[in-house]
Design a protein around this ligand. Structure first.
Ligand code: ADE
Length: 223
């Protein structure tokens, strides 16, 4: 069983993506457990304030350290061996290797921010800062959901066919998946490559490897 905790101001964000397709199957099948912790519950003042204006001036609001750090402490208390990951555009980039590493850990706490970002002192209380890519989302929630999805589909027994995860793009370092086709044989004048209809499995494997290689070169800008 893989355990995930999500520290967020918007637990409802996760309701829909966790209640369909593969994540739903993984939760229903007891392969993953996801608990949301509402950061606002740890705000100390009577208005449950979780953000404030930045010292030094400037636009937007910054997430306050007290409620966020209290929520992190709660997460660590519930699972002392958890790995706390702050989602932030200034973190290191998320990769398939990182997803595999999280699977091995067996427990993950994903900290989602809103507004302009976190008070910098919060960084001292997390194990890692992670970014989905070089763009700014309106909060860490969509990034956390992507991380969780990438992890869940790698858990044993979650995908319909155990080979699927192994054959994916990126299962080998930097190698992309080959192109896939299904019926009909001709769609708007575009034919499925004849080799795939040949029944010659060795030739099909070879064709797929070539396609993967070409695509990987092309998209890495090396061609
Ligand atoms: N929060 C806002 N933008 C983000 C990004 N690109 N990755 C992770 N968390 C974020």
């Amino acid at each position: 069983m893989f355990y995930a905790q999500i520290l967020t101001l918007f637990p409802e964000f996760f309701t829909s993506p966790l209640s369909c397709s593969i994540p739903k199957r993984a939760i229903d099948g007891g392969m993953v457990s996801v608990d949301c912790i509402q950061i606002r519950d740890f705000a100390l003042d009577k208005h449950h304030k979780v953000d404030d204006s930045p010292y030094g001036g400037g636009p937007g609001m910054v997430m306050k350290p007290e409620p966020v750090v209290a929520a992190i402490r709660e997460a660590r208390q519930r699972h002392p061996d958890t790995h706390v990951v702050m989602l932030t555009p200034s973190g290191t980039h998320f990769t398939q290797d990182r997803a595999l590493e999280y699977v091995d850990r067996g427990h993950l706490t994903l900290l989602c921010g809103r507004y302009e970002g976190f008070d910098e002192r919060i960084c001292d209380y997390v194990d890692e800062q992670l970014s989905l890519g070089d763009y700014v989302l309106s909060g860490g929630e969509p990034a956390a959901m992507c991380v969780l999805d990438a992890v869940v589909r790698l858990l044993p027994g979650v995908l319909g066919s155990p080979e699927s995860a192994v054959l994916d793009s990126f299962s080998e370092e930097g190698i992309l998946d080959w192109p896939h086709y299904t019926r009909p044989e001709v769609f708007e004048g575009k034919r499925v490559p004849g080799i795939l209809l040949s029944g010659d499995h060795a030739a099909i494997d070879a064709w797929r490897r070539v396609q993967s290689g070409e695509r990987s070169m092309e998209r890495s800008g090396k061609k």
